[in-house]
Design a protein around this ligand. Structure first.
Ligand SMILES: [Zn+2]
Length: 83
């Protein structure tokens, strides 16, 4: 599986753009608190290491690593376990 770290493209932190992917989940969760995991081709899940509520994600504009389109607000997301 590939994991794409998300970085802010604007000062408000609304636009989230994927960077070059990792293949090691442990490595990315150590370095990044927000990232996409590719479950299947062109099918992504949003992960966070921080305890936000679902509502906090509704305002984000997360861009697709392939086509750059903004995902729908109901992008599935999952919190990783705190270590
Ligand atoms: Zn796409």
């Amino acid at each position: 599986m590939k994991y794409y770290p998300l970085i802010d493209m604007d000062s408000d932190g609304i636009d989230k753009v994927p960077m070059f992917p990792y293949t090691d989940k442990a490595a990315i969760s150590e370095r990044h608190h927000l990232y996409l995991a590719e479950d299947a081709l062109h099918n992504f899940r949003l992960y966070t290491n921080e305890p936000y509520s679902t509502a906090d994600y509704r305002g984000y504009k997360v861009h697709c690593p392939y086509c750059g389109a903004v995902f729908k607000a109901n992008l599935p997301y999952q919190e990783t376990e705190k270590s």
